[in-house]
Design a protein around this ligand. Sequence first.
Ligand code: AMP
Length: 250
Amino acid sequence: MKVLVAVKRVVDYNVKVRPKADGTGVDLANVKMSINPFCEIAVEEAVRLKEKGIASEVVAVSVGAQQCQEQLRTALALGADRAILVLTDDVMEPLAIAKCLKAVCDSESPEIILMGKQAIDGDNNQTGQMLGALTGFGQATFASEITIDGGNASVIREVDGGLQTVSLSLPAIVTSDLRLNEPRYASLPNIMKAKKKTLDTTTPADLGVDTSPRVTLVGVELPAERQAGIKVEDVAQLVDKLRNEAKVIS
Ligand code: AMP
């Protein structure tokens, strides 16, 4: 069984992002970039499927600029067998990315496509769902447990107020939630080995994908700063402030 894992290069989750001075986007100059954390969880799950003897090959795929090779090499160091970069310098919307992934699915024919539930930069939470629509495959989003049994995947999903179990016939798309697993660290020997693994490059044009944008980014700004809180002396003062300052009680 072949597993395709979609890996996005994003600003590292520890970085406090700043908008550009003109508000046209996020300032990425000299900013640390990493694998999107939910994609890292998806890679870990794919590697575990291989270690259990369920998956025969794990292929990592990323859509983006040449630098995405770094994140693909990390995925290879974590245990993916080979990687594909869909090379583009264009700003890619989830629909364009999903179309590229669909074209890769057509040529690779994976039984499972593992993705993050969401990329922490754009917070779109769209690509897996769009890929589901384009391929016609079943999809389970927000997965916290995946069990493969023959031609089916049983997936426990994190939904509001509980867990939902769904069964999908393969091929299927599963997007990972935070509690699916705890990703391993790449060991130094595996980082070295990853340098020799195959990383193929293609382009959206090679895949016949139209990447023209449908959405215009109008502006990016920081949220308004919260005012510092104060400590009240007693209940009477609290009631007074709620009544006369916040005006939330009468
Ligand atoms: P999003 O819909 O942007 O929140 O992203 C959800 C998931 O789609 C990510 O966690 C990735 O698995 C996948 N994805 C999004 N953008 C890319 C990309 N440029 N390259 C590869 N996978 C991507």
